[in-house]
Design a protein around this ligand. Structure first.
Ligand SMILES: NC(=O)c1ccc[n+]([C@@H]2O[C@H](COP(=O)([O-])OP(=O)(O)OC[C@H]3O[C@@H](n4cnc5c(N)ncnc54)[C@H](OP(=O)(O)O)[C@@H]3O)[C@@H](O)[C@H]2O)c1
Length: 294
């Protein structure tokens, strides 16, 4: 009988799911079951239960999510089904099978009116429906599988894979002579590869110690910038000529409101799980080198 602990990963074709697959290729400590939406639709309770019964996983890493922030304002039922109801189903199964749940959430659970980095236990108050749906997901994860659950909130995720700000900026900067980017929303970018490395560090520590330091954690790259700063850095690293103009949020109306101050305090994940948080520009350079040379 094979006693290698199994890790199920949902949302394997997303940015984070993809980067997790890159991380674990050479690691034989676990058996990985990477599932995309076709293989495991997390809103399908029967399918989720069958997957747990089949694999009796030691860990479930939930990278699946409804991430279209503006669309969520009108596509509320689906956003809630994926970001909240499905998380409840997964957490119930985790409870039934003694599975440790690593669930990914967002800085958008906070209202962005703060002036100091948000602590993991600070009061939540989402300003858009995506943030609300993710918050309900957090609550369901804790309610059903609290002692065996680690929730990692992250922000401004990008990678070489999928849709993200870095790839959009590179495309627009090549097409246009100038672009306008908001300069009054600040936060911290996260290279999905760094988050994937952090998640695997958390998983390995739990497996080695047999102890889940459960609850809420924050992970992003270190440093605080605006979207405008982010765009300027992308332009500089790619050595493009496009002019980048800073504009206020009021000059770029979107269906979903965005938090103005989206900075999270990331100390806890460093202290408890020994995770490293690379500096944002260094990680951006690494991702862009892969993008531009790939
Ligand atoms: N992207 C960001 O800037 C950001 C910021 C803060 C937090 N986060 C959080 O970080 C996590 C990872 O985000 P990401 O950037 O990797 O997202 P992503 O690239 O949008 O990937 C999400 C994946 O989930 C899949 N999915 C959607 N509904 C599903 C379902 N019912 N069953 C199974 N899979 C489903 C999607 O598949 P389809 O493509 O087929 O829909 C997609 O492959 C999420 O929890 C997200 O909320 C992201």
């Amino acid at each position: 009988m094979n006693n290698t602990p199994v890790i199920i990963v949902s949302g394997s074709k997303g940015q984070l799911g993809y980067e997790l697959q890159q991380q674990v290729a050479a690691n034989s400590q676990f058996e990985y079951v990477f599932t995309d939406r076709e293989e495991l639709d997390i809103t399908n309770a029967a399918q989720v239960r069958a997957e747990f019964e089949k694999h009796k996983p030691a860990f479930f890493i939930n990278c699946a999510a409804y991430t279209a922030v503006d669309k969520a304002e009108t596509d509320k039922d689906l956003a809630l089904a994926i970001n909240a109801t499905a998380v409840g189903i997964i957490a119930e199964c985790c409870k039934a099978y003694g599975t440790k749940l690593i669930h990914i959430s967002t800085d958008y659970v906070f209202n962005g009116n703060g002036t100091a980095p948000y602590e993991p236990d600070e009061t939540t108050d989402p300003v858009n429906y995506y943030g609300y749906s993710k918050l309900i997901g957090e609550e369901k994860a804790i309610a059903h599988n609290g002692p065996n659950t680690v929730i990692i909130r992250t922000s401004w995720v990008y990678s070489t894979h999928g849709h993200n700000f870095v790839k959009t900026m590179l495309r627009l900067m090549k097409e246009r002579e100038s672009i306008s980017v908001v300069n009054d929303q600040v936060g911290s970018p996260t290279y999905a590869r760094d988050l994937a490395i952090a998640i695997m560090k958390v998983v390995r520590q739990i497996q080695q110690t047999g102890k889940v330091e459960n609850g809420f954690y924050h992970f992003s790259n270190s440093g605080v910038i605006s979207w405008f700063d982010f765009a300027v850095a992308i332009k500089e690293i790619a050595d493009l000529n496009c002019a980048v103009n800073g504009i206020p949020t009021s000059g770029y109306p979107t269906p979903a409101k965005r938090p103005a101050y989206s900075v999270m305090n990331t100390e806890k994940i460093k202290e408890v799980y020994g995770v490293k948080l690379p500096e944002w520009r260094e990680s951006l350079k690494e991702c862009m080198a892969a993008l531009l040379n790939g």
